[in-house]
Design a protein. Structure first.
Lengths: 281, 337
């Protein structure tokens, strides 16, 4: 999608097609590109990100949360915490947003064919994996067992609740959902405990399995040793990093971790790559 | 091609370029400060002093429009920037430490995605460099492998002569074209005597050795002492000919406005601050470490070049007296130990 003679900072225009409140402060926007050619030619892979803009407020970086197998639209999911995300949250169906992308690398999904997949994620870190989850579910026969361990502070903080219910019901994926102690209401049908602890108890087999981990730094910190204990190699553990970005194009100079540019070299990395980076993320 | 031009003819050349509609930019005093600014008359050119800011802003302005947007009813339209509006420009009197930074910046703005804002201006600009005959205590171009008569980045190079006038050498097709277009103003060089070259700091850094130390010392107590004084004002980045980090900001309302690119600096805490509150470089020494690492390691890792030309501006302007040449000396000493 890189046209040499183009203004690389010029976004495509997209219309907000649907607004979904995932939690009181987390929202999904389903976006449809206004230009027919862009709509047809916007190809991305699970794991890539984009720069989304609310005109007048600026641009923000989020992963593309929908699956490349679902065409005709893209989705992003974000928490309203800053100027741009608050402005994006004020948008209604029919409003216009800007989208630049897709940028960055992606999950090497083809190399996962024939393997079991273990997704481990927490809170608002589900969207970066949800693109891959749906991609894999849409190509279900290409993979072995699929397990999703997903936790949040409270029941209310779980995103994609309707999809969690769907995953729970379909027989070809195992969903283990958990909330932090005290985060459970009377109707809660999942586990209570932190993600690394729940993962430890679950003790999924590492053999022929790829682990895909995305979560807050503290979750990652305690999850990696559990995976290691279960016998996962660092090359078989994937994560997706995020850093403050502006250009997304390897120019503006802020998303680097050492000499690694998250926008160009990432955002998808193996645990082996992450461990080799300077600890500055 | 090697030619000579008298002081009078040099002024005629500048006047001809200005009259011909080119944007002629050179060191000019503006409200007491010497800056690379558009000239309207040849006598505005000041060549015996290094401008306060570098020449990078001729290609990478302090701020510039990336697009304009307007909303009418539900219909939002975006207007692109027309690069053909970038003026044909002649930069004149560019110091070697400034000119040498431009090819260094080419790397980041042209790898993978092409930044047409930088590259279009680059294509429309001819750089007339000036051999440096004045240096002060902060200059250290020779220490980073350049020299007062370095020609890197220059299309034409002027060397001031004793008694006035310049020796003129072309170093590119653009320089050659300028010489040929104005051939009548130049003569064959006679027995000329150039003014003595500037004498910057004599110490020389072994940049390979410094990089090797940086490769292995991301974590090192030295960073705390090196950068403990830094107040994160960003002055060093703004005057640097090679610093190129930027921000993208919307200015306007949701109805109409512009999206603009602004200079930014890795010394600012907000540079890497996440909306969540997390900041990977949450401590000033981490930010200063990034500055040194980017200049002498990361950019080298990626593009095989160093992001410093030894102009010394950051040393002159730092409000707390951080001396990057001193920092490099300290690192080199550590590398030797």
């Amino acid at each position: 999608m890189c046209d040499q003679n183009k203004n690389i900072y010029l976004p495509y225009l997209a219309t907000v097609d649907e607004v979904i409140d995932e939690t009181p402060d987390v929202r999904t926007l389903r976006l449809v590109f206004q230009d027919e050619q862009v709509r047809e030619n916007f190809n991305f892979r699970a794991g890539q990100f984009a720069e989304y803009s609310a005109f007048g407020a600026g641009e923000s970086t989020f992963c593309i949360a929908s699956s490349p197998t679902r065409t005709g639209y893209i989705e992003c999911c974000f928490r309203g915490v800053g100027r741009v995300t608050e402005a994006l949250r004020r948008l209604e169906p029919g409003n216009t947003v800007g989208v630049r992308g897709p940028y960055g690398n992606s999950f090497p999904i083809e190399s996962f064919f024939g393997k079991n997949l273990l997704f481990v994620t927490g809170g608002i870190a589900l969207p970066p994996l949800r693109t891959l989850i749906w991609n894999c579910l849409d190509w279900r026969e290409k993979f072995g067992d699929i397990t999703i361990v997903y936790g949040a502070r409270t029941e209310a903080d779980l995103v994609y609740k309707r999809e969690l219910a769907e995953w729970q019901q379909r027989g070809d994926v195992r969903l283990v959902k958990t909330v932090d102690p005290g985060g459970n209401g009377p109707q809660w049908d999942g586990k209570v405990g932190f993600v690394p602890t729940v993962l430890d108890e679950l003790a999924p087999a590492a053999e022929n399995t790829i682990a895909l981990v995305c979560g807050p730094p503290i979750m990652i910190k305690f999850t990696l040793p559990v995976l290691e204990k279960l016998g996962f190699n660092d090359e078989d553990i994937y994560t997706t990093l995020e850093n403050r970005m502006k250009c997304g194009l390897g120019k503006c100079g802020r998303c680097n971790v050492g000499n690694i540019y998250v926008c160009k070299d990432g955002p998808v990395f193996t645990a082996k790559q992450v461990k080799a980076m300077p600890q500055e993320f | 091609m090697r030619k000579q031009i008298s002081a009078d003819n040099f002024n005629i050349l500048l006047q001809t370029l200005i009259d011909g509609g080119s944007r002629v930019v050179g060191p000019k005093r503006v409200a007491g400060t010497l800056l690379y600014e558009p000239l309207t008359a040849p006598d505005q050119l000041v060549l015996d002093e290094l401008p306060r800011r570098s020449v990078k802003e001729a290609f990478f302005p302090v701020c510039e429009d990336l697009l304009a947007y307007q909303k009418q009813g539900q219909q939002l339209t975006v207007q692109d920037v027309d690069p053909s509006r970038f003026a044909e420009t002649v930069l004149v009197g560019v110091r070697p430490c400034d000119a040498a930074a431009i090819p260094v910046l080419d790397a980041v703005f042209s790898w993978d995605y092409k930044d047409q804002f930088f590259l279009e201006r680059r294509a429309r600009t001819t750089i007339i460099g000036l051999t440096c005959t004045t240096a002060d205590d902060a200059c250290f171009c020779t220490a980073v492998g350049l020299a007062p008569d370095e020609t890197r980045g220059a299309d034409l190079m002027l060397t001031p002569l004793v008694g006035g006038g310049y020796l003129v050498e072309s170093h590119s097709e653009k320089g050659e074209a300028l010489l040929q277009t104005h051939a009548a103003l130049f003569s064959e060089p006679g027995a000329v005597q150039p003014l003595p070259l500037a004498q910057p700091q004599t110490s020389t850094f072994d940049l390979k050795k410094i990089k090797a130390w940086l490769d292995g010392h991301f974590e090192d107590q030295a960073w705390d002492s090196i950068a403990t004084r830094c107040v994160g004002c960003g002055a060093c980045a703004f005057v640097c000919p090679a610093c190129h980090c930027f921000d993208i900001v919307d200015e306007g309302t949701e109805k109409s406005g512009k999206r603009r690119k602004f200079w930014d600096a890795c010394g600012f805490w907000k540079f890497t601050h996440h909306a969540s509150g997390h900041n990977p470089r949450d401590f000033q020494p981490k930010r200063y470490r990034n500055r040194i690492m980017h200049k002498f390691k990361y950019y080298d890792d990626k593009f095989g070049q160093t992001l410093c030309t030894g102009c010394g501006r950051c040393i002159r302007l730092c409000p707390v007296g951080i001396d990057i040449a001193g920092v490099l000396e300290e690192i080199q000493k550590k590398a030797d130990d």
